[in-house]
Design a binder for this molecule. Sequence first.
Ligand SMILES: O=C(O)c1cccc(C(=O)CC[C@H]2O[C@@H](n3cnc4c(=O)[nH]cnc43)[C@H](O)[C@@H]2O)c1
Length: 220
Amino acid sequence: MWLLLSPTRLEAPFLKGEPFAFLAWRGLKGKGFVYLETGIGKVNAAMALAAYAVRNPVEKALLFGLAGAYPGGPSLGEAVLVGEEVEADLGLKEGLAPLGFPALVLGERRYFNRFPLDPGLTQGLAQGLGLKVAVGLTRDLVSETLEEALALAQRWGASLENMEGAAFARACLALGVRGAELRALSNPAGVRDKARWRTKEALSALAQAVRQLLAEEGAP
Ligand SMILES: O=C(O)c1cccc(C(=O)CC[C@H]2O[C@@H](n3cnc4c(=O)[nH]cnc43)[C@H](O)[C@@H]2O)c1
């Protein structure tokens, strides 16, 4: 059984199920999944996952949604798995390490700004769905110029931008939930001219990937 999450309902029109309310969130219960609409941004994503996971067993979780493509990153309309997320607005411009405080400590491992998604789950989905694995960058602020987007991509070695992924990845690590992230590229990061966006194609790619994942879940 999957816990599916997306920032907005716009990203999940293809999911059919029984509507339900959970605290501040709305969701659907369907065949092989429970879905929650988290709301946009890091705090919403982490709160929704944590609130749900402390009250319900979660076998595996998938955050899916739209993202901006950095120059040289995935094509517009393409869906990819995210293998690692960077929380780029935590600490100094150079990150949290110069301040000396990790964002998360698990055993011997100290996490500053980079948070892996579950490697086994991610690789399995990438193979099963025939999708590439990319590095995501998360900020509460959307890049507003190409220069800003390029500088972030180069500084952190990321190929796509979103507003929730690092919070979801960090919450999964802290809660011991196996988590994966699926993103489809709707726009070039830093480009606000909507004539250059490919939102419809990206939404189709998301729908196709999530449908396939649920179909494989239901297979004997
Ligand atoms: O008005 C703008 O300039 C603008 C540019 C990009 C995205 C938005 C959104 O309101 C969508 C936010 C929503 O979708 C994800 N997303 C999609 N593209 C991007 C992006 O280029 N940078 C960051 N996030 C993006 C994000 O995860 C949110 O859930 C507005």
